[in-house]
Design a binder for this molecule. Structure first.
Ligand SMILES: [Zn+2]
Length: 117
């Protein structure tokens, strides 16, 4: 099993984090996006606003993932599937440094078959 380059992964996570924060700060967040938007409310907003809202929701979710990955790194729990606790394929981590699940569990998650905490 190839050893993970944690230093490198940490650097990538930190860079990603900065980029996301920058992006989020550059987005108009005057709209409260905490929960599902009111459909009537949404209807009166213009299309581009809806798009930027969707983008910023994705980005904040992504930022939370990156943050959690950094916490796992400092707790030395990094690189282990949060569901089945097997080591996540290093190639997968190289592609997605904030991955929480192994490929099998990620598939289950995407099919809605995995219970998230
Ligand atoms: Zn798993």
């Amino acid at each position: 099993m190839s050893k993970l380059n944690l230093k490198d992964l940490k650097k990538r996570l930190e860079t990603e984090r900065e980029l996301l924060i920058e992006k989020l700060n550059g987005t108009d967040l005057s709209v409260d996006d905490s929960e599902t938007p009111d459909p009537v409310d949404l209807a009166v907003r213009n299309y581009s606003k809806n798009v930027s809202l969707a983008v910023s929701e994705n980005d904040s979710r992504q930022l939370a993932e990156v943050d959690q990955a950094l916490i796992r790194l400092s707790d030395e729990e990094y690189g282990v599937c949060q569901n089945c606790e097997t080591a996540i394929n290093p190639k997968r981590l190289a592609a997605i440094p904030w991955a929480r699940y192994c490929l099998d569990c990620q598939e289950l998650l995407e099919k809605g078959l995995l219970d998230e905490d």
